[in-house]
Design a protein around this ligand. Structure first.
Ligand code: SF4
Length: 276
């Protein structure tokens, strides 16, 4: 089932609450994550291997294994937008209990779908969106099996998913990576914030644009682990408000953290990693 703590990517893990694909503006103001002065893309790319290794030392090696069916992952990820893992799971399980097949979900009165997912934020918007996605898939494919995407080049598979109503780069990458094992890199609010602070991406790179930038920097075999460990780091150490820079294993690589603490740390001087 779901491994939320890893995705949320904000979806329910693995996907965090990053959302952003429903066109809503987050209410809470977050501090600006300033990229280092004189930042260059080359510097960001050169830093990534060290970041990857320190995250592995801290949170462990992660191995991809097949998750659920891609259509399940797709709906689950839509439900997770602007939502907590717990509420997402409650909404998803209730939806599946009341409407055991996706065909039933597609044909049900929209208010009944909304009621089934009412724990999920923006549920009144998500109910018609989910039905619209299912309808489009059924119209084009005649079923809800998305495994055909693995036979497409990555860019083509992404384009196919992004053409679905309300599906953006994060949802697309989550379905391709988590469910199908394709080399797409999802960027949620945690991944985006930490990447900015570390200087892996530049100050003008948007959250949507960060998918392609970071994806190009990673080997396919690194994508799942890096995504999951970045989320773990965002949840445990590098919070949006009040990051624990003084105990962060990435401090010597992080100009934002060094600036906050008013110090420059030499490699190897960080405290023991906070095992998640
Ligand atoms: S040093 Fe601070 S800002 Fe940088 S990654 Fe660590 S917790 Fe985040």
């Amino acid at each position: 089932m779901m491994e939320k703590g890893e995705r949320n990517t904000a979806p329910p893990s693995l996907v965090g609450k990053g959302g952003g694909e429903l066109g809503q503006t987050p209410k809470r103001r977050k501090p600006k994550n300033v990229a280092p002065a004189g930042w260059t893309a080359e510097q960001g790319a050169a830093k990534l291997p060290a970041v990857f290794e320190r995250l592995r030392e801290t949170y462990g090696e992660r191995r991809w294994r097949p998750h659920q069916e891609p259509i399940d992952e797709l709906v689950l990820t839509i439900l997770s937008q602007r939502n907590t893992d717990r509420s997402t799971e409650q909404s998803y399980l209730t939806l599946r209990e009341r409407f055991p097949t996706w065909e039933q979900v597609m044909h049900a009165p929209v208010e009944e779908i909304a009621d089934a997912i009412r724990w999920s934020g923006l549920y009144q918007m998500k109910a018609p969106r989910i039905q619209g996605v299912l309808q489009r898939i059924d119209d084009e494919r005649g079923n809800f099996d998305l495994r055909f995407l693995t036979e497409m080049p990555l860019a083509e598979a992404k384009a196919w998913l992004k053409a679905l109503p309300g599906v953006g780069p994060k949802t697309t990458a989550i379905v391709l990576l988590f469910s199908l094992g394709m080399p797409a890199f999802p960027v949620d609010t945690h991944v985006y914030r930490i990447s900015q602070r570390l200087g892996l991406i530049g100050p003008k790179v948007s959250e949507a644009g960060a998918h392609d930038v970071l994806e190009a920097m990673l080997a396919p075999s690194q994508m799942f682990e890096f995504h999951v460990n970045m989320i773990a780091h965002g949840r445990h150490i590098c919070h949006a408000i009040g990051p624990k820079c003084d105990r962060c294993p990435l401090l010597s690589l992080c100009p934002f953290g060094q600036s906050r603490l008013g110090t420059t740390t030499t490699p190897g001087k960080e405290e023991s990693p906070p095992h998640a």
